[in-house]
Design a protein around this ligand. Sequence first.
Ligand code: NAP
Length: 324
Amino acid sequence: MKAMISTSYGGPEILDLQEVATPLPQPNEIRVKIHATTVSRANTMMRTGKPYIGRLFMGLKKPKHPISGTNFAGIVEAIGTNVSKFKIGDKVFGENIETFGAYAEYLCVDEKGIVALIPDGVDYKEAAGVCDGALTSMNFLRNVGQLKKGQRILINGASGSLGTAAVQLAKKMGGVVTGVCSAKNIELVKSLGADNVVDYNEIDFAKTGLKFDIIYDTVGTRTFADSKAALAKNGTFISPVLGFPLLMDVVKTSIGGNKKAKFSATGMLPLEEQKELFSELMTYINQDDYHFIIDRIYSLEQIPQAHWYVDTGRKRGDVVISVN
Ligand SMILES: NC(=O)c1ccc[n+]([C@@H]2O[C@H](COP(=O)([O-])OP(=O)(O)OC[C@H]3O[C@@H](n4cnc5c(N)ncnc54)[C@H](OP(=O)(O)O)[C@@H]3O)[C@@H](O)[C@H]2O)c1
């Protein structure tokens, strides 16, 4: 089969399309013929091996798993002898966060992993991105921020993968949503249901006098310190982008103060917790009015170009790789 291989850390040029053996399913595994995968920001970080701490899990000097790619959507075309949840021909999607391997024509995954049937009416390209933006935002809204009905939430980076999902999920959870994006994405964010939209080039939300129960900085361009004025009493600043300042703020605010800063690494949560989030997420994406935002579609051969584009930090929603 064809697969995109990385044998070192670096820029998109290290990605190399090669012919490799098609994997054989273990007794507990299904083999998925991949129709779509994505290039997420997390994937580009895995490619660079930065921040360096990630190499403790991914391989110190070079990637432990040379076929990268974590999200997949496709069709089950072989099953191991002990598989009971899926059958050949099922259309499935999910995430393979421990061993990757989705930048390929075939992938074997444990049937008890993060994998489910694609809901009716959702296509492979739409399903492929769900485990990045939507699953992460589900974790941040439900577990980390604990968004409650009627609460005011500001979503910074509302046009990205996490952001476009967060706006929709937060509305469905009963939040009053303010999205922050640039002028070119205002219509998109409004169309996803945001109650208010702020252009970050025109207005600094922290200087408006408005207060929010939760500030969800999906892209890590703000800090707890520069957003604190916009947090209501007992408000929480949550962000999936860990840097030293956020780490310090998480530690400091855990000791005292009524405003908190919080972080979580969704892919590092125990599998059972991720599966619980995934199954709750399914109830939202099964609804007709959930919009999957796809910015660009590339082919398997074009994965390096897709990485270049995602590295610009300008994508809207997901960048999808159409395979087969
Ligand atoms: N901790 C976790 O569990 C976890 C899981 C998954 C991902 N992540 C991390 O989450 C982050 C976000 O991922 P993503 O895929 O959602 O990002 P993304 O899609 O690449 O974000 C790009 C979007 O951000 C907007 N943006 C850029 N600068 C901005 C600014 N200053 N203010 C507001 N919006 C701005 C861009 O819009 P404009 O072009 O209009 O500026 C663009 O639409 C990444 O760092 C990723 O590694 C963490």
